[in-house]
Design a protein around this ligand. Structure first.
Ligand code: HEM
Length: 502
């Protein structure tokens, strides 16, 4: 997609060697793209005044408010020019199904373009069979396989937190985003890939995390199609990351999870073992497993720290479960919860869901493979080959008809009469889907169960073993530099303090 951060695009292009290229590019697209007009049967067309970028600046500034304004003005279906791409947004949640079910609207073409651009994986586009086989590996993120991943996660969390528990009970201060990114990276990487065997394990993990974070900083530019050569040292950082994850280097890590084993077996069928592209595949999976989980963890913790009343209810809920399962805090990190027990923590789950409802600014996209008519309940729309169709979850998440006071954090929003609340209505009709942070249909995130389990386990540990308090007064806001690309990071870090409970 080419719509994510026009300011970054322009700034980068207009510095140094990008200047000539920028001028040529802008001239070309100005001529090519400005000419489109709305044809009969097509949705309202909104091009903005800026050629090529269209309304991308407004979207990047305030995506939720801007889309709400357009929805009021043009209705639930309209086509928007964003960074050279025409995207027809379908905002009525009852019309998601026709989009998801339409075979001519392709997720694979969309996602292959991104994976090729960002991670330099070339073979996916050419090899559908390999693509299918890699997708079957996602079964190892569910069911009984999830139980063993959950054990790995708990083991990794012990490794991270047991040294902390030996400390005295004095306060330590930390920055919340840095804290989440460090714990989630180490836990996720170790749970999925295993333990690095050499003595310098900690250094290896820290370097890998820092390199992934530098690479991820430039993710929006890479997605938008900016040549990696314009992004200073990102090409060499990407190469370094890929090399860490080649067959030879992965062999230095012990205890691969089933999913990593299956992916490696599949990749070895299609590549020679020494092919660096194997590392590129593992990099794309590592990136997917860590980035959104980190920001989801950040926002959940952030809201809990700012709402001590919610934190108190969660602590009670967890204490109650530990007591009822006969568990006491012993030396080290001795508590152990099964998946069913974690699932029974309904206030914990509601809190995470509420943070995701408030903070998901991703888009769900499909590529229009040929000119077609999309049949919606209310109307038919003509769509053009080469355009995209998009679902924008915040339009649903912030709909006051569905969620009362939608901009407020209410940790118990998904609880009713002491049980999980799963009924939400619009226009008097029950909604099948009301919170969609993980995408939809074929592109639905395969890691969603693991993400929930990991965040829950981490919160159980933090709330059971630590006192936690926010220090920063300044509220954090969503940073929209990666709008439409998942759960955004905060615009600033937030300091908090923690100490082992006495
Ligand atoms: C709270 C955390 C997470 C969120 C909000 C999230 C969100 C998403 C979304 C929205 C998509 C679909 C993208 C699209 O439609 O273009 C996606 C795809 C994906 N996610 Fe997640 N994700 C999370 C955690 C994870 C974890 C923990 C893993 C792996 C263990 C993972 C692995 C993947 C993979 C492999 C895909 C690509 C699927 C495909 O190509 O079909 N995600 N995620």
């Amino acid at each position: 997609m080419g719509c994510f951060s026009p300011e970054l695009w322009l700034r980068q292009l207009l510095s140094g060697p990008g200047l000539g290229l920028a001028a040529a590019l802008l001239l070309l697209v100005l001529c090519l793209r400005a000419r489109r007009t709305r044809r009969p049967g097509e949705p309202p067309l909104i091009k903005g005044w800026l050629p090529y970028f269209g309304e991308a600046l407004k979207l990047a500034k305030d995506p939720i408010g801007f889309m709400a304004t357009l929805q009021k003005q043009y209705g639930d279906t309209f086509t928007l020019l964003l960074g050279g791409k025409y995207i027809t947004f379908i905002l009525d949640p009852f019309q998601y199904q026709p989009v998801i079910k339409n075979q001519k609207l392709s997720f694979r073409i969309f996602s292959n373009k991104i994976v090729t651009r960002v991670f330099d994986v070339k073979k996916l586009i050419m090899d559908d069979k390999m693509n299918d086989e890699l997708h079957t590996s996602y079964q190892f993120l569910q069911g009984k396989h999830l139980d063993s991943l959950m054990e790995n996660t708990m083991q990794s969390l012990r490794q991270v937190f047991e040294p902390q528990l030996l400390k005295t009970t004095s306060w330590d201060t930390a920055d919340l985003f840095k804290f989440c990114s460090s714990v989630i990276f180490e836990t996720t990487f170790t749970s999925l890939h295993g333990n690095y065997l050499a003595d310098d394990r900690k250094t290896f993990i820290t370097e890998l995390r820092d390199d992934l974070s530098k690479f991820d900083d430039k993710f929006p530019q890479l997605v938008s199609g900016m040549p990696i050569e314009l992004l200073r040292n990102i090409k060499s950082i990407r190469m370094k990351l890929k090399k860490h994850l080649t067959t030879e280097n992965l062999a230095k890590i012990q205890g691969w999870s089933e999913i990593i084993q299956r992916r490696q077996d599949t990749l070895e069928k299609y590549y020679t073992p020494e092919d660096i592209e194997i590392g590129a595949h593992h990099l794309s999976f590592l990136w997917a497993s860590v980035t959104n989980t980190t920001s989801a963890m950040f926002w959940t913790m952030y809201y809990l720290l700012r709402h001590p009343e919610a934190m108190a209810v969660l602590r009670d809920e967890i204490d109650h479960l530990l007591q009822s399962t006969g568990q006491k805090k012993g030396p080290g990190l001795s508590i152990h919860l099964t998946r069913e027990q974690l699932d029974s923590l309904i206030y914990l789950e509601s809190t995470i869901l509420e943070a995701l409802r408030l903070c998901t600014v991703s888009g769900i996209f499909r590529f229009v493979q040929e000119d077609l008519t999309l049949h919606l309940e209310t109307q038919d729309y003509r769509l053009r080959k080469g355009d995209f169709v998009g679902i924008f979850p915040p339009a649903l998440h912030y709909d006051p008809e569905v969620f009362e006071a939608p901009e407020e954090f209410r940790f118990d929003r998904f609880i009713e009469d002491g049980k999980k609340k799963t009924t939400f209505y619009k226009r008097g009709k029950k909604l099948k889907h009301y919170v969609i942070p993980f995408g939809f249909g074929i592109s639905k995130c395969p890691g969603r169960f693991l993400a929930f389990v990991e965040i829950k386990q981490l919160l159980v540990i933090l709330l059971t073993y630590f006192d936690l308090e926010i220090i920063s007064d300044k509220p954090a806001a969503l940073n929209f530099s990666r709008v439409l690309l998942g759960v955004p990071y905060p615009d600033c870090d937030v300091s908090f303090r923690y100490k082992v409970k006495s």
